[in-house]
Ligand binder design. Sequence first.
Ligand code: ATP
Length: 192
Amino acid sequence: MQITRLRLSGFKSFVDPADLRIEPGLTGIVGPNGCGKSNLLEALRWTMGETSARSLRGAGMEDVIFAGTSTRPARDFAEVAMLTEIDGTETEIVRRIERGAGSAYRIDGRDVRAKDVSLLFADAATGAHSPALVSQGRISAVIAAKPAERRAMLEEAAGIAGLHVRRRDAEARLRATEANLAKLDELISDQD
Ligand code: ATP
């Protein structure tokens, strides 16, 4: 998967709409301290479905919305749109959060669940927790990771993380069906 474009509006320090094209190859973000380099990486992870406000350096998820400065009022929403390309097919993923209303996701203009977005990225061997997104402090975290955590990273890199989610779903459906069958057996034997 290639991320080709990122559009931000109201996300953290990006109060004004910003439109970034990401060309093939290695991309570097440079700028003075506090200019928003880490915020950009966090915007990527947030759009991919990050659920932990702490890992986005906030106390609550609404902390990603521009909080205002001495000269500009706070915003009511934040929105990030990410354009991706897989095998020549373009897909746009949008996440939006409004104060008091929570997050909503869209894939190519269709309203979808957070899980649909996670699966889309898991199938493309990436996601909010992908080791390919290397934030500050992440390298030492990888070195210190326990074997099970390293295995999860390798599985994600190999593109089988999405299969695990589907397997858990299938197992839950199987258990529900078994419970229904047991109920049915009881009903049938009550009638006998
Ligand atoms: P460094 O080089 O020091 O790591 P950086 O370029 O990575 O810095 P970031 O950490 O991405 O910078 O940006 C920090 C800036 O973002 C701070 O000025 C902070 O006030 C601002 N910021 C973070 N969240 C919000 C928010 N919700 N509303 C407004 N500004 C915010």
